[in-house]
Write a protein that binds this ligand. Structure first.
Ligand code: HEM
Length: 400
């Protein structure tokens, strides 16, 4: 490991990168696809081949390590509480905790269950597009409403609670989308966990134990877990479900509306083309940029030997734009052929919600194509939210 600062140490944490990370990722990859970044004491892996290989590498632990940095002693309890909480999530833990959580709800995320929800996903999309009206409209907000209503429904949250649940979910995400967790965010996070815990016990678990809807039956495994595990599962499904779906839907709408693609017309009559456009949106702008891992033994990655206990960030968003894997990787090509993107990960932690996410994105985009043909919207501007490691949209303005 070198003590000499490398050329892109500041760039990775800059405001420009927070707004649009792709040119930074390209620079890192060209300099060294396994880049040591001293400020975050982590190795950033950015080439498609290495990221795909390392996602399947079983000796890498998903536990991201500690969130405690140079906080004041009075701030430590909140930061440590958040650390303990996130380390109990399926996505940030190894077997047996990960396997136990995953197996408890696997049957709720099959293709058959996704098919049973597709009519509802269509209904939400039809309703949201129908109420858009005319004038200047924000489609990022529409995407969020669709993603949030759908994820909440799948998890047994009644519609009248969507807004509150989404607020709590945002407070947890704010603790994750930062290079180092600060105490103020952590305190808000701790409160959100408590409130979500009470909400889960009083509103959600009773609806799962005595299902108000047969489609909630496969979630029964969640109700059989102890309180802490059920809460870890519920909160991860919530945060893991709402924002990435909203992000990908906005990305697809933004790309398609900002160019004069004829694809809208073709998509309206072709579910296959819609599926391809969904995949391209997921590739073009992965909602989660990073998959964090820790080495449990010495390992060779590219030209580097990493010692046990090293932090590794598998940059799936960079891998998806690797020119060795994709032609013209920075172009959005809805009918693109090529290797599968890595936006859902690979291997042991492969996204549990991938089938559901693809289905809701397809239904929403199909409805969008019908609406575009009848409303002829005009693209105005798209604005992203500055964030570390995730793609989120502040606004997607169009004129109808
Ligand atoms: C476009 C939408 C989505 C994207 C891009 C996405 C992305 C990802 C990624 C990259 C991982 C793997 C992380 C790793 O390897 O450490 C993951 C895991 C996971 N995702 Fe998703 N996700 C999406 C939607 C959803 C939805 C809708 C749900 C459920 C409602 C969900 C639930 C999960 C769960 C539970 C895991 C953890 C799996 C494990 O650790 O075994 N995701 N997701």
């Amino acid at each position: 490991m070198t003590a000499i600062p490398l050329p892109y140490d500041d760039l990775l944490l800059s405001e420009g990168t927070a707004l649009n990370p792709y040119s930074t990722f390209a620079k890192l990859r060209a300099y060294d696809p396994v880049y040591w970044h001293a400020p975050t004491t982590s190795w950033y892996v950015t080439s498609y081949d290495l990221v795909a290989t390392m996602l399947r590498e079983r000796s890498l632990s998903a536990c991201p390590g500690d969130y405690v940095g140079d906080q004041q002693p009075e701030d430590l309890p909140a930061v440590k509480a958040m650390e303990k909480f996130f380390n109990s999530w399926m996505v940030f833990s190894d077997p047996p905790n990960q396997t136990k959580l995953r197996e408890s709800v696997t049957s709720a995320f099959t293709r058959r269950v996704a098919d049973s929800w597709s009519g509802y996903a269509r209904e939400i999309a039809v309703k949201e597009f129908a109420r858009l009206g005319s004038g200047e409209i924000d489609l990022a907000d529409l995407s969020l409403r669709i993603a949030s209503r759908f994820t909440c429904a799948v998890l047994g949250v009644p519609e009248e609670d969507d807004e509150q649940v989404r607020l709590w979910s945002n407070e947890l995400i704010a603790c994750l989308s930062t290079p180092k967790l600060n105490a103020d965010r952590a305190r808000v996070g701790v409160r959100a966990i408590e409130q979500l815990g009470t909400y889960l016990d009083t509103r959600v678990l009773p609806r799962i134990r005595k299902p108000v809807d047969d489609r909630l039956l496969p979630l029964k495994g969640m109700a059989d877990l102890d309180h802490d595990m059920a809460l870890a599962l519920f909160t991860q499904l919530l945060t893991g479900g709402i924002d990435p779906v909203a992000s990908s839907l906005t990305t697809a709408l933004e790309r398609l509306l900002s160019s004069d693609h004829q694809d809208w017309t073709r998509m309206a009559s072709s579910p296959e083309l819609t599926d391809k456009a969904v995949e391209e949106a997921l590739r073009f702008d992965a909602p989660f940029h990073f998959v964090p891992r820790t080495t449990t033994e010495s390992i060779q990655i590219g030209d580097h030997t990493l010692s046990e206990g090293s932090r590794v960030v598998l940059v799936i968003a960079a891998a998806n734009r690797d020119p060795l894997a994709y032609q013209s990787p920075d172009e959005f090509i809805p009918s693109r052929e090529g290797p599968s993107h890595l936006s859902f990960g690979l291997g042991r932690h492969y996204c549990l919600g991938a089938i559901l996410a693809r289905m809701v994105l397809r239904e929403a985009l199909q409805e969008a194509s019908r609406w575009v043909q009848s409303s002829s919207p005009m693209y105005m501007s798209g604005e992203r939210m500055p964030a570390f490691g995730v793609s989120t949209w502040k606004r997607l303005s169009i004129l109808v």
